[in-house]
Design a protein around this ligand. Structure first.
Ligand SMILES: Nc1ncnc2c1ncn2[C@@H]1O[C@H](COP(=O)(O)OP(=O)(O)OP(=O)(O)O)[C@@H](O)[C@H]1O
Ligand SMILES: [Mg+2]
Length: 174
């Protein structure tokens, strides 16, 4: 379903990806491991269309996505992808529930429906209590659960998670 072909990405003189290829089937769960700085986050950002590789291809359902125009790529990401960032990246001015509701709002769901969807996700992740708190008032583990809720709320085809359980207790990580 999702394929990388020979991805190369450099930051100045740092060669983060030097020709990465992989294939991920529908329903498959893939964990990418490696030492700090080995390019895991960079690979994930390339696959998720957040950054563009210098060379190589990213293919979703047989369609090349790394060359899509910005608007089309944004639409694809909004509708088909959910991302849990390594450092949460929640909007600090919004409450946890509003943060989780945001991807649904971007997909043109109504305010109430989006807030209901957010409440449901937060409950399933055991952080209903945090709904009205802002990110600055949450613990590391609570932040990660809210970030996971936000990535799942639209029911995306692909969920990209960058070390989403680093701050969770053992039970939560599973
Ligand atoms: N925006 C950037 N600007 C400059 N260099 C970058 C940038 N992003 C990543 N790098 C460099 O690219 C390399 C790969 O970084 P990346 O974040 O992909 O590693 P990682 O495997 O996710 O590491 P970690 O396990 O610490 O999260 C590193 O050497 C990093 O310093
Ligand atoms: Mg990383």
């Amino acid at each position: 379903m999702l394929e990388a072909r020979g991805l190369v990405k450099s930051f100045g003189r740092t060669r983060a990806l030097t020709g990465v290829s992989l294939e991920i089937a529908e329903g498959e769960i893939v964990a990418i491991t490696g030492p700090s700085g080995s390019g895991k986050s960079t690979l994930l950002y390339c696959l998720a269309g957040i950054i563009r590789p210098e060379s190589g291809e990213v293919v979703l359902d047989g369609r090349r996505i790394d060359t899509l125009a910005e608007a089309e790529l944004t639409k694809l990401r909004r509708e088909s992808f959910g991302v849990v960032f390594q450092f949460g990246e929640l909007v600090p001015e919004l409450t946890a529930a509003e943060n989780v509701a945001l991807p649904m709002r971007f997909n043109r769901h109504g305010r109430q429906e989006s807030m209901n969807g957010a409440a449901d996700r937060l409950a399933r992740l055991g952080v209903s209590d945090c709904a009205d708190q802002r990110p600055g008032e949450l613990s590391g583990g609570q932040l990660q659960r809210v970030a996971v809720a936000r990535a799942l709320v639209t029911g995306p085809r692909v969920v990209f998670a960058d070390e989403p359980t680093g701050a969770l207790d053992t039970l939560g990580g599973e």
